[in-house]
Design a protein around this ligand. Structure first.
Ligand code: DC
Length: 222
């Protein structure tokens, strides 16, 4: 029987790395819902459609086709996966994802992924809205300072320029946008297991999640 595990949480909580490792350990697929929001935000921005008018956006969205193929995020047939992990798209996606028509347009694409086998889905509302019947739900978080430090270290390790104070400011702003928007705000889904990873290594967080999953659904994870 296929099953869904959800991991929600704020920006920079380490969800992506942890979710990827958990999916790999369980031998199931990983669904990065943030990548879908990032891709659509980039395309809307490039089409000069501002995140203000829900109606205009709804029309534009009807012309955009988004598909997931492994690591590729195809927008009207073009893979944009390589362009969506930039500080500019961090901020754009936080704004566009607050628009109801954007969330509505992406909901069925996300829900549909469960028809292709078991998944670990990661995002902001995957446990509350997209997969409310998920077998095991997690809420992964860490202090804004710990998250900013991780992002800073990541960028430095990639040889990119990084300013800790600017990263912290951006994280606090995105937290505010993501948790105060009217539609699907970032919340702890009912029944979710809360994990604060401020003082945990990535491996510790992965192990903790795997232990909880195996405890909750022993038959499916044998
Ligand atoms: O997880 P991420 O940083 O890649 O997400 C990018 C943006 O997309 C983030 O600002 C919030 C939004 N998002 C969302 O609103 N709902 C999701 N399920 C996933 C991401």
């Amino acid at each position: 029987m296929s099953y869904v595990i959800t991991i929600d949480g704020p920006a920079g909580a380490g969800k992506s790395t942890v979710a990827k490792d958990v999916a790999k350990a369980l031998g199931i697929k990983y669904l990065d819902t943030g990548a879908i929001y990032r891709a659509i935000s980039l395309i809307l921005h490039e089409s000069e459609i501002k995140p203000v008018d829900d109606e205009i956006m709804r029309e534009a969205l009807s012309d955009i086709d988004i598909q997931l193929q492994g690591k590729a995020v195809l927008v009207n047939g073009f893979d944009v996966a390589g362009e969506i992990r930039t500080p500019a798209v961090d901020e754009l996606s936080s704004k566009y994802s607050a628009i109801p028509s954007v969330r509505k347009a992406l909901l069925s694409l996300q829900k549909e992924q469960e028809n292709h086998g078991s998944i670990v889905a990661e995002g902001r509302d995957v446990g509350s809205v997209v997969f409310p019947n998920a077998k095991v739900k997690f809420f992964l978080t860490a202090s804004p300072e710990a998250r900013a430090k991780r992002r800073y270290d990541e960028r430095v390790a990639k040889g990119q320029s990084a300013d800790y104070d600017e990263i912290l400011r951006s994280i606090i702003e995105r937290d505010k946008n993501d948790s105060t928007r009217e539609i699907s705000p970032l919340t702890i889904p009912e029944g979710a297991i809360y994990l604060d990873t401020s003082d945990m290594t990535e491996q510790e967080a992965v192990q903790k999640i795997l232990d909880k999953v195996k405890e909750a659904i022993p038959d499916e994870t044998k």
